[in-house]
Design a protein around this ligand. Structure first.
Ligand code: NZQ
Ligand code: ZN
Length: 392
């Protein structure tokens, strides 16, 4: 077992109607002038935005708002937000939406609190020294950004999608009302469940040694999300299923399911970020499309973990060789993806990359991770290319 750091400073307010607490939470964390940041308008159509502005008005907290965060949020909007915050004297950013609005808000927070170009942090040129305080009202259970130290931004020039991790951006509070996710299209709900499971699976498939308690938490989380994802395909209005998925989304990416695992694998995320950058696909669907090919490429190097996953998460029969059991687990996972209408290859994802595009993605991926990534199996550029090719 490895040593670890566990830091989750976010105050979570979970349950029905919790968005009513937004003004008192902003005040608690010192917000006097707020930027409300959101996406393409779902929060306006659902009536949530009206509730938020009413609450801030009633508390006498002034605010400006900026929408437009798209899936795979763009750097140009981050620059626009930074300028707006500086001009308006904003001291607190409230993200209302999914991972894209939250990540975009975090990037703006860095941009306001530090000198120079905010992209420097994402391109790993230097480290941020501060970030404006961020609050969240979550409308999509998926990325875990409401508690995570991570923010992922796409620079339009070259469609470069890069993440930056720092405790500075961890939200001060996260309001989580499962009812707010009821308006999601089924596809986004399924993408979210896929992403949530992947955040734990990335931490689970490691070759360095694991901690039994962490494994038990991880396997329980994976079984829970898997079963609730199926329930939600049949009954999207099931509040309890949405609540389980929402809380799993936060726990899956706040560090809990990685304690003692020495950091995790993260290859699927790195491979997907290139697909998302180049083809602008939904993150969760991109992960599902690549996972089977990755798993078949690496499982022999990490057999005990794949066997354990097959038995304890996918609940396949304990019969045959370790390799047979591991492969049955991979097949069962792909069956699950099909059941919730997620893709299991790039064509099902709706893209058909050329040889050149796959070579470019592998090259950018390798460059972005400093040459290699992975723990289940260490992958270099040639391995990345082989996985992209196998996932067509
Ligand atoms: O933009 P609006 O109009 O709000 O619509 C969104 C968007 O079209 C819609 N939506 C969200 N909540 C809704 C809703 N529609 C109806 N009702 C609701 N309640 O859903 C669509 C997707 O939203 P988005 O925020 O893009 O999705 P998600 O939360 O999956 O975020 C994806 C982004 O987060 C990054 C991904 O790479 C991607 O860029 N990630 C961030 C991470 C982090 N910060 O920790 C970790 C992840 O691994 C991931 O990389
Ligand atoms: Zn993810």
């Amino acid at each position: 077992m490895f040593g670890f750091k566990y830091y989750t400073p976010t105050k979570v307010i979970f349950g029905k109607d919790t968005e009513a607490k937004v003004a008192e939470l902003v005040e608690e964390f010192g917000g006097k002038k707020v930027l409300i940041h959101y996406g393409g308008g779902s929060v306006i159509r659902s009536g949530l935005m009206q509730k938020v502005t009413d609450a801030l008005d009633a508390a006498g907290i002034s605010y400006v708002s900026l929408g437009g965060a798209v899936p795979n949020p763009r750097l140009s909007l981050v620059y626009e937000g930074i300028e707006l915050c500086k001009k308006e004297g904003v001291d607190f950013i409230l993200a209302v939406g999914g991972g894209s609005a939250i990540d975009s808000a975090k990037a703006m927070g860095y941009g306001v609190a530090n000198e120079g170009d905010v992209w420097d942090f994402y391109s790993k040129k230097r480290q941020a020294k501060a970030c404006l305080p961020i609050g969240v009202i979550l409308t999509l259970s998926a990325t875990g950004s409401e508690m995570s130290d991570s923010s992922v931004i796409t620079k339009e020039e070259g469609m470069e999608k890069r993440g930056y991790n720092s405790d500075l951006c961890r939200p001060k509070f996260a309001i989580m009302n499962p009812d707010l996710t009821m308006t999601l299209p089924d596809y986004q709900t399924a993408c979210g469940c896929t992403d949530i499971m992947m955040h734990t699976m990335e931490r689970y498939f490691t070759s360095g040694g694991n901690m039994e308690l962490t494994d038990a938490v991880a396997e329980g989380l994976l079984r829970t999300v898997k079963s609730r994802a199926v329930i939600l395909t049949e009954n999207p209005a099931d509040y309890d299923a949405r609540a389980e998925v929402m809380w799993a989304g936060s726990l899956s990416h706040n560090g809990l399911t990685g304690c003692g695992n020495n950091g995790g694998d993260w290859s699927c995320h790195k491979l997907e970020h290139e697909i998302g950058g180049l083809f602008d696909v939904a993150h969760g669907a991109g992960l599902a499309a690549i996972w089977g090919s990755w798993a078949r490429y690496v499982y022999k190097d990490c057999l005990p973990r794949f066997k354990r996953f097959a038995l304890n998460v996918m609940e396949v029969e304990d019969q045959g060789s370790d390799e047979e059991i591991a492969l049955r687990g991979i097949e069962a996972m792909e069956d699950f993806y099909r059941q919730i209408k997620m893709p299991t290859n790039l064509r099902e994802l709706g893209i058909d990359p050329t040889e050149e595009e796959m070579a470019l993605m592998a090259k950018k991926c390798a460059a972005g991770v400093g040459g290699h990534c992975g723990s289940a199996k260490v992958l270099e550029e040639a391995d990345m290319l082989a996985i992209y090719k196998a996932s067509r």
